[in-house]
Design a protein around this ligand. Structure first.
Ligand SMILES: [Zn+2]
Length: 639
């Protein structure tokens, strides 16, 4: 790729202007890039929308060799590759959702020096073939996106990230950049250790976004209240929902209540439906989209005014990340989190659902292997389409526990479960011409399939070859299913190898199938991760139930950035304080009220404090009764 010779002599601002058209960097970007170019490792904690990707894309064009970028999400990789390709930057990628023909073509280009930037999913780094092939390449710089995935203490642990360190050992001089949007102190420490960063320079932006305000609301009937808020607050919004079904239900109810179109988005939709929903929502000025947490990566709509949570996230990290999609244009924006007692109860039950008993994990493993048609001793490296709904229906399995069991098998390194595969139909002949003559005489319809294959694809004799299955079947005057049936029959006869295409959700088997007696699940590690998960949930509940402190302060403390924070004056807790005055705790107000009224039924007290979560008020009453500051007779309260 000739255009890049001599780039070393250019300034980073030249590169920024030539390829991105900007004249200035955002805060910290320039310092990060300069540090990397001076050969030092960097650990950067930058909130969403701070322009993380530029921190490795610009230096990638200035380092002499290839830059490797590790990223966990296929959708994100593809999105970035699209954007960079549009800027004429030579960029390639490799992930597990690719067929072998595409993967091998990509490797050829990489090895011949055709890419300056190369994105890989972490498990690809584990592949010995990849390591062997890239050994001859000059790789100067390694960027790790979503670096928190390496930590068991983080909210999104992916064991394949552990392979990064092995890869690094092959390149002792490689400069490393670890990036994450947010991390607690313990996760930060873990990232530096696990990635073996060498005296890294740490850049950390405050988690506080001055234009964002956070609100937590107790609500039994959430959707009507949501509709009310949507009609009051103009501008676009995202409504995060806990399940796929809920996104469609909420979108339906909202569009009725608001008499406008509301989109829904989740990972189970077809790519076209997803693209459509995103495009329409993105273009709208007052557009609403109900989505699962799958909606987030690659959103570049800057004018989102409100992010609602109809269901609770499972950690403050997740909440912070999702709410951070509001107000990227720096204009005022809000996050509104709804909850009620039912949500809190569900959240407390979650650890047991996410970490089901071992028997369930073993059972899911067994059924899953049967479902994917993997025999004992086979399957290592196989890539298989996987439809969760079909699987759970077929074996009448509980959905939530099944998902959890699969995630645990993933964390134990047995498999990888991912979305967004788009592989091709691949065929390779494994037989001789004499064999074919026999076929011609005895199996006319099967032979016709071979004939059409050979006519279009000469390479099919010796190489894995991607075929256009719809066109071939049309040519034979049969439908695709019948064509595929015949390919499978030819495969059974040992004449060819056929790999069907996979679109959407898929699994990569990392290990061969084991007999259950040999399936070893690390109970201690499981126990530890469950404890970490419980701690995260407790921290979230504490955040929700805190009715006093400024939300910015709570977030800053959670992310280990200290307590030296001026109250924002805009979050629910700050607003409460300003309404009730400096000494205006609920308790003080209640005592004043009782002094005036002498006595009041509990229901009246709740009405008088309707702006506070009902369970807060009840809890306070209980505490005051216990402390004998007030008295309860029947359902009447008195001093
Ligand atoms: Zn505040």
């Amino acid at each position: 790729m000739l255009p890049f010779y001599g780039m070393n002599n250019r300034s980073i601002t030249d590169v920024l202007q030539q390829y991105w058209g900007y004249t200035e960097f955002r805060p910290l970007q320039e310092e990060i890039i300069q540090t990397l170019l001076s050969g030092k490792d960097v650990f950067a904690i930058l909130p969403t929308a701070a322009g993380k990707s530029l921190c490795y894309q610009v230096p990638a064009l200035l380092f002499a060799g290839v830059t490797i970028v590790v990223s966990p999400l296929i959708a994100l990789i593809e999105d970035q590759v699209r954007q960079l390709t549009a800027k004429a930057i030579p960029v390639g990628y490799l992930h597990s959702g690719m067929d072998k023909v595409t993967a091998s073509n990509t490797m050829d280009i990489l090895l011949s020096g055709g890419y300056k930037l190369f994105y890989v999913s972490p498990e690809r780094l584990q592949s010995e073939l990849f390591l062997e092939q890239t050994a001859s390449l000059k790789i100067d710089f390694l960027a790790i996106d979503e670096a928190h995935c390496i930590s068991q203490w983080g909210h999104d642990f992916r064991p394949s990230y552990r392979a990064i360190n092995e890869f690094k050992q092959l390149y002792p001089d490689i400069v490393t950049l670890a990036l994450t949007a947010s991390a607690t102190s313990i996760v930060k420490k873990d990232i530096v250790e696990q990635l073996a960063l060498k005296a890294p320079k740490i850049f950390e932006r405050s988690v506080i976004r001055p234009n964002l305000s956070y609100h937590v609301r107790y609500e039994e009937a959430k959707v009507p209240e949501l509709a009310h808020l949507c009609s009051e607050n103009k501008g676009s919004s995202i409504v995060y929902c806990g399940t796929r079904r809920k996104t469609t239900e909420a979108a339906g109810e909202l569009s009725q209540l608001l008499d406008t179109r509301v989109f829904s988005y989740h990972a189970g939709l077809h790519r076209k439906e997803k693209d459509f929903a995103y495009r329409e929502w993105s273009a709208g000025e007052h557009a609403i989209i109900c989505a699962t947490s799958a909606f987030g990566m690659g959103i570049d709509k800057a004018d989102v005014r409100t992010v609602y949570h109809l269901d609770l996230p499972t950690s403050i990290e997740q909440y912070y990340q999702e709410v951070g999609r509001a107000g990227r244009d720096q204009a005022p924006a809000r996050g509104i989190l709804f909850f009620n007692q039912g949500d809190l109860n569900r959240l407390s039950r979650l650890p047991d659902l996410q970490y089901p008993p071992l028997e369930i994990i073993y059972m899911v493993y067994e059924k899953l292997m049967n479902y994917l048609q993997v025999g004992i001793g086979e399957g290592a490296g196989w890539v298989k389409a996987f439809d969760l709904v079909h699987f759970t229906n077929k074996f009448t399995l509980p959905v939530l526990e099944t998902i959890s069991a699969i995630r645990i098998l993933e964390q134990e390194g047995f498999l990888i479960w991912s979305e967004d595969a788009r592989t091709k139909y691949i065929v390779r002949l494994t037989t001789t011409r004499t064999h074919l003559e026999y076929l011609e005489k005895n199996y006319k319809s099967l032979y016709a399939v071979l004939e059409v294959l050979l006519r279009h694809y000469g390479s099919v004799y010796h190489f894995d070859t991607a075929i256009q299955i719809f066109e071939l079947s049309k040519e034979l005057g049969i439908d695709k299913t019948m064509f595929e049936d015949r390919l499978f029959r030819l495969q059974d006869m040992g004449i060819l190898e056929y790999t069907p295409a996979i679109i959407g959700s898929f699994m990569v088997l990392q290990e061969k199938r084991l007999e259950l007696a040999y399936l070893n699940i690390n109970k201690q590690a499981l126990h530890m991760r469950k404890a970490a998960f419980i701690a995260k949930i407790q921290a979230l509940i504490a955040y929700i139930e805190d009715g006093v402190h400024c939300r910015n302060l709570l977030l800053s403390q959670y992310f280990g950035q200290g307590a030296d924070i001026a109250p924002c004056g805009k979050c629910d807790n700050c607003l409460k304080r300003s309404v009730t005055g400096a000494s205006g705790s609920i308790e003080a107000q209640l005592m004043m009220l009782l002094k005036e009224q002498k006595q009041l039924p509990v229901t009246e007290v709740i009405k008088a404090f309707a702006q506070y979560p009902r369970h807060h008020v009840l809890k306070l009453l209980q505490e005051l009764v216990n402390a004998r500051k007030i008295f309860l007779k029947g359902d009447v309260i008195s001093l």
